[in-house]
Design a protein around this ligand. Structure first.
Ligand SMILES: NC(=O)c1ccc[n+]([C@@H]2O[C@H](COP(=O)([O-])OP(=O)(O)OC[C@H]3O[C@@H](n4cnc5c(N)ncnc54)[C@H](OP(=O)(O)O)[C@@H]3O)[C@@H](O)[C@H]2O)c1
Length: 319
């Protein structure tokens, strides 16, 4: 089976490539920059140049493909405005879906955001939901995974500010969110390819325990041995601020912002939705990494590295 992976250089995409190769799949990746993606080639993937904003660059990669995993999304940068999101996360996806139909692939896996259907005023959410609807009506055999966020995104939001002695931004009404490690999210994706019941399903995806902001800060404090400074905002503040100034482009830095705005707040039955995902994909929750272990390992490595840097600096100064 040859998999075509889009977004293979990304945070989740690279874990999908790795897991697919470990499981014996042939992997082809559409990449914008072959040099930057060379690590995927070293792992054993084939690289084909392609850019979602340049439709003519895409068809060549589809020859001989059995399944597509689309982990590509607009990179969050100051320059990437709503039109970049629309070009990549809507028009680019239209082409990918059409090409997948044309060669009759066996499975189309799309990665989306939890509650995308509820936030049409956030461009990325709107595009994600549109693509989900398009896939469902396309006749393709599909599986869609929807995430609240990845453990990896929490490093920037909680761990780094704490280590840099900067304030951590939190909202007054903090929802409990079931984040997931990208290695586990990749495991879910690859496993779904061999499970018939995963066909034509949409899965809410997270680890089995949900965490509130204050609990995550507690973990960081415990494993770093440092006290966090927090800056509390009300959700109302964000809403009013957005309406008055338009300053916050909610489509930007979505992964970070998702973690502390109301987006995940009103997800009824999230726990049972996640349980459903585990049941269908035959996943034992004990196999899945939990956030406390992830942070424990992160801080152990970081503190050791920082200590070594300090010692090296001291010995350089002394000589
Ligand atoms: N991060 C989160 O917390 C979160 C939460 C919910 C859902 N998700 C979803 O999970 C998926 C993976 O997210 P991620 O955080 O791993 O993404 P990411 O790290 O931002 O990676 C995005 C990938 O898309 C590629 N890409 C961007 N523009 C492209 C274009 N014009 N043509 C071809 N490829 C392009 C990038 O390639 P380059 O290396 O060339 O830039 C990169 O490989 C996405 O669908 C995302 O919406 C993420």
């Amino acid at each position: 089976m040859t998999l075509l992976i889009l977004g293979g250089t990304g945070t989740l995409g690279r874990q999908i490539v790795r897991k697919a190769l470990e499981n014996g799949f042939q992997v082809r990746c559409i990449v914008r920059n072959k040099r930057a993606a060379n690590f995927l080639k070293e792992w054993g993937a084939e690289l084909v140049y392609g850019d979602l904003t340049l439709p003519e660059t895409l068809p060549a990669a589809f020859q001989g493909i059995t399944a597509v995993i689309d982990a590509a999304t607009t990179k969050v940068t100051e320059e990437n405005d709503n039109s970049s999101i629309i070009n990549v996360d809507w028009y680019g996806k239209l082409i990918v879906i059409e090409l997948s139909k044309l060669i009759n692939i066996k499975r189309f896996i799309f990665l989306s955001i939890l509650n995308s259907e509820k936030y049409p005023y956030i461009t990325l959410m709107e595009m994600k939901y549109r693509v989900e609807k398009l896939i469902k009506s396309s006749g393709l055999t599909f599986t869609i995974f929807k995430y609240a966020g990845f453990f990896q995104s929490l490093i920037n939001q909680y761990a780094l500010p704490l280590l840099e002695k900067k304030p951590i931004l939190v909202t007054s009404k903090s929802p409990a969110i079931a984040y997931i490690d990208t290695q586990d999210a990749a495991y879910f994706c690859i496993k779904s390819l061999s499970i018939k019941e995963a066909q034509n399903k949409i899965f809410a995806t997270g680890s089995s325990r949900a965490w509130k902001s204050e609990e995550i800060i507690g973990l960081c404090e415990k494993f770093s041995g440092q006290k966090a400074k927090t800056l509390m905002f009300s959700i109302l503040f964000f809403k009013i601020f957005r309406q008055i100034t338009g300053f916050f482009d909610w489509s930007l830095q979505i992964s970070e912002r998702l973690a502390f705005i109301e987006v995940i707040n009103d997800t009824p039955n999230f726990k049972s939705s996640i349980q459903y995902t585990y049941n269908i994909l035959e996943i034992n929750p004990r196999e899945i990494l939990e956030l406390d272990f992830y942070f424990q390992e992160y801080f152990e490595i970081m503190l050791k590295t920082l200590e070594e840097i300090k010692k090296t600096k001291a010995s350089i100064i002394a000589t």
